[in-house]
Design a protein around this ligand. Structure first.
Ligand code: ZN
Length: 185
């Protein structure tokens, strides 16, 4: 099972790498890794398991966070209505997005960042993502609110981008124009 020891932290070059596409149909090994990534998120959100294995709760994980040069990610997150968005994806790509922006009013965190980095991270309010699922079928997801923020954070990891790259250095809590906090809808 994946634990915090498997997750690379800030300073690791893979977190600054534009990662490579995963061949589709996916190899068994890639499917297995992706399955474990999703399982890690579930484990990290289970109080007992998280405590036993010292897991920091997470809602998303990207392969470069395991030091892997592969475009794959998992998210496991409830939206504001309590609907679960649980996805394990190969080669995800934002194909369109809203003009309107969105952000988490409390800022973002990352399993690869062992410190608080305060500030608003401007994102798109809504995104359409094309990807391949675990079995290699093409899927198209339309996401808004918290899940939309999470998937943008994870897709950034596939491109070597960290959440704090987006924070306005001079005025970290200045709300971006034409953007709403997604956690207060
Ligand atoms: Zn992250």
């Amino acid at each position: 099972m994946i634990t915090m020891d498997d997750i690379v932290r800030e300073g690791h070059p893979m977190l600054r790498t534009v990662t490579k596409e995963v061949p589709i149909p996916p190899a068994k090994e890639d499917q297995e890794t992706l399955k474990e990534m999703l399982q890690f998120l579930k484990n990290s959100q289970d109080e007992e398991i998280a405590e036993k294995y010292n897991l920091r709760p997470g809602v998303g994980l990207a392969a470069p966070q395991l030091g892997l040069d592969k475009r794959m990610l998992a998210i496991h997150v409830d939206d504001i209505k309590g609907k679960l968005h649980s996805y394990a994806l190969f080669n995800p790509k934002v194909v369109s997005h809203s003009v309107e922006g969105g952000y988490l009013s409390s800022g973002e965190g990352c399993l690869s960042v062992d410190r608080e980095v305060p500030g608003i991270v401007p994102r798109h309010a809504r995104v359409t993502v094309k990807a391949y699922d675990m079995d290699g079928n093409q899927v198209k997801l339309r996401l808004k609110g918290y899940p939309a923020i999470v998937i943008q954070h994870e897709i950034d990891h596939l491109n070597g981008v960290m959440f704090y790259d987006h924070i306005n250095e001079d005025n970290p809590f200045q709300p971006p124009e034409n953007a709403k906090p997604v956690d207060q809808e």
